[in-house]
Design a binder for this molecule. Structure first.
Ligand code: AMP
Length: 423
């Protein structure tokens, strides 16, 4: 016998009802985003390697976790996307749409991580980005979009962590003082952090290694180095969040996993998940990213939320169950011929969700299948009924009697029966 293949390590097969929840969740996000004036974009699954290198040279995501695509000549020049913000900015640089450009997306990303619960090599995100304005109200709008989405799907244990990484001169001064500070303590840092320090000292703040903990905790804080303009921007964001009654916690060491962030950065954590994988989303401002990708110097802000983890959080909070059955009617047939085929097609064409049994199974087995389908009604096609021009309509969930209905009126009668059993 042939070996049974397994899904590759770090990937998941998502079957119903989980896959049903997945689709509903993405649809709800799309609805919320469209309602706030965002329109969908669909970036490619892979980009030139340089696009990702440009945005994250000092990050683990880009240095160690990329899925490189080997070209025919053995050179890796393209990579599967580890995230989609870089692609959205590359799209902007290429197409130069009118600003503010408000977009949302959903889809898979790929990172070669060590798989565990809530951490996969292929995972999905929904996200939104606004390019072309640095108005702090836009930072607030973006955060509010994610916040309300979490509320809408019933999550009550999500918290917002907020920081500003500054920009320009303030950022340069801060980097200088960080370098100085870490320079003094370099001997005690992990080998990993010593390496990171030479590339980007900010990223050392993101170290989760226990040996770095104490040194990171004592490091200078960006919020103490913000320029007057960056401080005013951050104050604007905070005032906006307060006005919308969105609570947040100031987290001075929040730097996020990619290099491109400036000013506002934020993360959403779920208290219902294990601490190691409790981030359900994050984002921030990236005012230099489009220019880095060869586009005009436009500001940008956005977020990405992890679909897999949000669903885990929904499980943990026992909210947001699978949607009800997609079919209303199940067609059961004890006769040969095309009657069941035609009847099912007719119902579907009339917009009624319908399924049926195949393989000429016994009546008993077909009724079992009808029950499993979640349909509210069964339509039974038998030779006696057909001879008199009827089919039998049997309620499956209600305590009412079955009735013969004329075959020619079946759509109208099914509709009436469905209306009668609603709610
Ligand atoms: P990031 O931009 O890396 O902060 O990712 C945004 C969100 O995507 C995170 O908060 C997670 O919810 C989710 N995410 C990131 N990496 C993974 C992964 N390997 N597996 C599952 N979800 C992930």
């Amino acid at each position: 016998m042939a070996d049974t293949f397994q899904a590759p390590r770090g990937t998941r097969d998502i079957l119903a009802p989980e896959s049903e929840r997945w689709h509903v969740l993405v649809a709800r996000f799309a609805h919320a985003a469209r309602q706030a004036g965002y329109r969908p974009v669909i970036p490619p699954m892979f980009e030139d390697l340089a696009v990702f290198q440009r945005v994250g040279e000092s990050t683990d995501v880009v240095r160690k976790e990329m899925f490189l695509l080997e070209a025919r000549d053995g050179d890796a020049r393209q990579a599967l996307r580890p995230e989609q913000t870089a692609s959205v900015c590359r799209m902007f640089a290429q197409h130069r749409p009118a600003t503010p450009w408000k977009v949302f997306y959903s889809g898979s990303n790929f990172r070669y991580e060590r798989p565990q619960k809530g951490r996969y090599r292929q995972f999905d995100q929904v996200g939104a980005e606004v390019l072309g304005t640095d108005d702090p109200d836009v930072d607030v709008e973006i955060i509010a979009l994610a916040w309300r989405f979490f509320e809408q799907i019933g999550l009550r244990q999500v918290s917002l962590q907020l920081n500003s990484l500054g920009d320009g001169e303030g950022r340069a001064n801060y980097l200088a003082s960080l370098r100085e500070y870490f320079g003094v303590h370099v001997g005690a840092l992990s080998a990993q952090s010593r390496e990171t320090l030479s590339i980007n000292p900010l990223r050392v703040l993101d170290s989760k290694r226990p040996e770095d903990g104490e040194i990171v905790a004592g490091a200078p804080r960006m919020v103490d180095h913000l320029s007057p303009q960056d401080r005013a921007h951050f104050d604007g964001v905070r005032a906006g969040l307060d006005a919308l009654h969105i609570p947040y916690e100031l987290t001075p060491r929040l730097v996020r996993g990619l290099d491109y962030y400036t000013r506002t950065t934020f993360e959403f954590a779920s208290a219902a998940l294990d601490a190691a994988q409790n981030a359900v989303g994050g984002g921030g401002r990236y005012d230099g990213l489009v220019a880095d990708l060869g586009g005009p110097g436009v500001a940008g802000v956005g977020f990405a939320l992890g679909v897999d983890r949000i669903l885990l959080a929904c499980d943990a909070e026992e909210t947001f169950g699978p949607p009800p059955s997609a079919v209303d009617v199940f067609v059961v047939s004890t006769v040969a011929g095309t009657d069941a085929l035609e009847l099912t097609a007719e119902l579907r064409a009339a917009g009624i969700g319908a399924d049926r049994a195949f393989d000429s199974r016994s009546m008993k087995s077909q009724m079992k299948a009808a029950d499993r389908s979640g349909a509210r009604l069964a339509l039974i096609v038998g030779s006696q009924e057909l001879e008199s021009g009827n089919v039998m309509l049997r309620p499956l969930r209600a305590d009412t009697h079955q009735q013969l209905v004329p075959r020619v009126e079946v759509v109208a009668r099914v509709r009436a029966a469905l209306d009668a059993t609603e709610s």
